[in-house]
Write a protein that binds this ligand. Structure first.
Ligand code: ADP
Ligand code: MG
Length: 245
């Protein structure tokens, strides 16, 4: 059985069909890239899956549990994670404190963090930092980190919730090619180790073709193609709509 199953999912804004009845599935252990030109409906799709936007129609199920209609927090509790921008959260904390916070939030013990000893979950947080290659920077403030390292911390924060499905909206935006590859190689390793799944959007076709197990292509709210990267690369509709050739 697929981990994620999307059937007939749709959402309109006024007269605009942002997402017009799409179907796709995602297996555990895989990375699925969602591509398409601006305005294709990628973000709307993500937001319907994590509950930020309520779908007008269709179904999203995770391991057989229907997610449409659940509030975002419950969808998150079901194991649907997304990478957050650290800048929006706790940039004044150290790296490891950010992870401790995320672990406490996962365990519904967020207020414990502010106790004087502040040792809660440090070991567990350090294990997560090790997995994303950030152990040596654990006690630095997040504000002192390079952009590509912030991305790794964001990944560790998302992992603290033990996601089965992780949504990543343009994870490598603003990064140099080498850093992009490092981040995606790390993501792929984590997906396999944890048998989770990643749905990501990405502008760099190099990254998509190198790291996606499968791809889906949206244009004007419609799913125009899906398949393995090699199939998509040569798909005539994709060439026409997406690459403009
Ligand atoms: P993408 O992420 O692929 O660029 P979006 O999902 O953001 O595409 O947008 C799909 C379409 O829906 C676009 O035409 C966009 O203008 C429209 N849209 C998205 N969000 C809203 C909104 N909150 N209100 C009105 N229109 C929206
Ligand atoms: Mg978008």
């Amino acid at each position: 059985m697929s981990l994620l199953k999307v059937v007939g999912l749709g959402k309109s804004f006024g007269g605009v069909k942002a997402v017009d009845g799409i179907d796709f599935e995602l297996q555990a252990g895989q990375l699925l890239a969602l591509i398409g030109p601006n305005g294709a409906g990628k973000s709307t799709t993500f937001n319907m899956i994590n509950g930020q936007i309520r779908a007008d129609r269709g179904s999203v199920s995770l391991d057989g549990t229907e997610l449409v209609g659940l509030p975002p927090r419950q969808i998150w509790r079901q194991g649907v994670g997304r990478t957050f921008q650290i800048a929006e959260t706790f940039s004044s904390l150290t790296v490891v404190e950010n992870i401790q916070m995320a672990l406490l939030s996962h365990q519904k013990k967020i207020f414990t963090f502010w106790s004087p000893a502040n040792k809660h979950g440090r070991e567990q947080a350090m294990r997560l930092l090790e997995q994303v290659g950030m152990l040596e920077q654990a006690d630095r403030p997040c504000t002192a980190l390079a952009y590509s390292d912030i991305k790794r911390v964001e990944l560790a924060i998302a992992l603290a919730n033990e996601p089965r499905l992780l949504l990543m909206d343009e994870p490598t935006a603003g990064m140099a090619p080498k850093e992009r590859n490092d981040l995606m190689a790390l993501t792929k390793k984590l997906v396999l180790e944890r048998n989770m799944a990643v749905l990501f959007t990405e502008h760099s076709m190099d990254v998509v073709f190198a790291y996606a197990d499968r791809m889906i292509v949206l244009a004007r709210g419609r799913l125009i193609a899906q398949g393995q990267p090699d199939e998509i690369r040569h798909h005539p509709k994709v060439q026409e709509v997406y690459f403009g050739t």
